[in-house]
Ligand binder design. Sequence first.
Ligand SMILES: C[S@@+](CC[C@H](N)C(=O)[O-])C[C@H]1O[C@@H](n2cnc3c(N)ncnc32)[C@H](O)[C@@H]1O
Length: 290
Amino acid sequence: MLAYRHAFHAGNHADVLKHLVLIQVLKYMTSKDKPLRVIDTHAGAGGYLLASPEATKKGEYLQGVKRVWDAPAAKLPPAVIDYLKHVRASNPVTPGEENPTHHLAHYPGSPQIERRLLRAHDELRLYELHPTDHRLLAQQVEDDKQVILYKSDGFESLRSQLPPPSRRALVLMDPSYEIVSDYAKVVGALREGLERMATTVFIVWYPQVSRREAAELPRRLKALSPKGWLNVRLTVQQPDTQGFGLVGSGCFIINPPYTLAPALRAAMPWLTSTLAQYDGASHAVEERPS
Ligand SMILES: C[S@@+](CC[C@H](N)C(=O)[O-])C[C@H]1O[C@@H](n2cnc3c(N)ncnc32)[C@H](O)[C@@H]1O
């Protein structure tokens, strides 16, 4: 039985980084005419109310999206502006207000971001195993002809989605890593996915936690990537007194669009100082161009 619920973490620093990267990659991929298949192997609930008991329990979004939302509008890097546009679109102005402003009440999950960027000829395939989050997501996509939602294992099912007829695909792989075997499953699913279609663009989110498997994952992903890759990491806090906690996270992108590295190099210094929870906050962007 899966215990992880993304509602407890929605809008935290890791979501900010992951969704900023997702938007930049999708923006580029949807600028080409050919149809695109987006496969979200770990979709979550679709979107999250920030006033819910889950989101307010630790209030992780306060150190994440809320800091970005509240930042002065001047000098925002373009990728941050793109990210904020999506968050704003999920928070429409309340009608009837005298001075209408957006209030941060809702946080969009990856399925909502992906859906908003799809064109009429693109497809979205979503996988979510948790019964509650699957039901919440199903309510949002049930009448949508461009979306198919599965209640099956995203790692195992990926191969069945590749290659799509258009031979253009983006995979977001965003496991919770609550089970340590997820680290090996990421590597296995990527290997299979690349065998099925070597030009697939993959975004793999990974946590920065005190665990050997987490520290080794970026190296294993580099070894897997036959062509180009990009690795972006953002560290915002120190481990807790026991030496644990999510101190930061990263996204490893296989076959990244050429526009991604410059967009991240421009955004990461701003993001690091905005999301820093201690003086040692840092980031890195490394790439091997194809
Ligand atoms: C980090 S959350 C996803 C968040 C989402 N991608 C977003 O950015 O809004 C991971 C999700 O994967 C689900 N999950 C865990 N193992 C899975 C598996 N093997 N296949 C599909 N979903 C899984 C969990 O229930 C959880 O909702």
